[in-house]
Ligand binder design. Structure first.
Ligand code: NAI
Length: 326
């Protein structure tokens, strides 16, 4: 039996992994703690760790894992910007789940757009209070509007198809365009200048940190809607807030936030959140924040558990690592 330390466990993770683990020679120790310098010692004696988007896998954590003789980190997610990959190289293998349900994230993105545009979250609160007034709830037809999609991988392409179903015009930017596709590629400047809605579907890498910033926002159309279900660091949150306050930006739908690590997935009700930018964003009537939940469908959870267990099994059995990150 191979012993796995499973960090950052939520109830739904335990259900989906427990259901499937008996098919593998794997024993799982679940920890609620996030993986970081303080909690890495829990992994001592394990053969592998399983981690998630908000764990901190830096030099010190990698050194400790290596010291414990652990040779693999299995990310149970697609993104890996929270892993110091350069440092991990040649020391420890990093595996991931590249695609578990692009539909989950793309559909959530459209959910944010529809809610923001038609103010569904406001209407819901009003009618619960028996306030049936429509003032301030006017939206626009999505049909004929231009959506700029940044990143045309698995999720971006599903989102493009959803947008086409709404008869929207789609522009896309990706440094690695899909060959022989009918996607209309332009550069990021043109995305900014022409889009009524901009939706981010690319990984967070050094080159696109704060892709949406004061300068790029200045190039955008007045009233642009910005959707981010990818990674918080793609947007300079202070610039976004400024753009929303000046009404240059018409609305923002955010499933991710650059400083989400200690906040998202936790219950802060009744407590004071010190991050003034996040609380100000949430206080605005045209901002809809969800807590990194775009992936959360039954289908995605099933695929995450299956692929993560398969990745670990490949590693332990010495098979080729099809989902190796570096
Ligand atoms: P993917 O790897 O299939 O596609 C990513 C695309 O982004 C590729 O076509 C790539 O060429 C492109 N890209 C790379 N660098 C870029 C840049 N600088 N500018 C524009 N495009 C760039 O990834 P997938 O599955 O479509 O996921 C996209 C992102 O969505 C992930 O990296 C992750 O950050 C995020 N995600 C969020 C989830 C959530 O629950 N909110 C769940 C799953 C993924």
């Amino acid at each position: 039996m191979h012993k796995i330390s499973f960090y950052n466990t939520k109830g739904y993770d335990k259900i989906s992994f427990d259901k499937r683990k008996s098919q593998y020679q794997i024993e799982i120790e679940y920890y609620k703690n996030k993986l970081n310098e303080k909690t890495v010692k829990l992994a001592e004696g394990s053969d592998a760790v399983v981690a998630f988007v908000n764990d901190t896998i830096n030099e010190k954590v990698i050194d400790k894992l290596c010291e414990y003789g652990i040779g693999v980190i299995a990310m149970r997610c697609a993104g890996f910007n929270n892993v110091d990959l350069a440092y991990a190289k040649d020391k420890i293998k990093v595996l991931r789940v590249p695609a578990y349900s692009p539909y989950s994230v793309a559909e959530h993105t459209m959910g944010l757009l529809l809610s923001l545009n038609r103010k569904l979250y406001r209407a819901y609160n009003r009618t619960r209070e028996f306030n049936f007034s429509l003032n301030g709830l006017t939206g626009f037809d999505l049909r004929g509007k231009t959506v700029g999609v940044v990143g045309t991988g698995n999720i971006g392409r599903v989102f493009i198809n959803i947008c086409k179903g709404f008869q929207m015009n789609v522009l896309a930017y990706d440094p690695y365009p899909v060959k022989d596709s009918d996607i209309h590629y332009v550069d990021f400047q043109e995305i900014c200048e022409k889009s009524d809605i901009i939706s981010l579907h690319c990984p967070l890498v050094k080159e696109n940190y704060h892709l949406v910033n004061e300068e790029t926002i200045a190039k955008m159309k007045k009233g642009v809607f910005i959707l981010n279900t990818s990674r918080g660091g793609l947007i300079d949150s202070e610039a976004l807030l400024k753009g929303l306050i000046s009404q240059k930006i018409g609305a923002a739908g955010l499933d991710v936030y650059e400083d989400e690590t200690d906040i998202f997935y936790e219950d802060y009700s009744g407590k004071i959140i010190e991050d003034g930018v996040l609380t100000r964003l949430i206080s605005l009537p045209n901002v809809f924040v969800t807590s990194h939940q775009a992936f959360l469908t039954n289908e995605a959870l099933a695929n995450i558990a299956e692929s993560t267990l398969e990745n670990l099994s490949d590693y332990f059995e010495g098979r080729p690592l099809k989902n190796l990150v570096q």
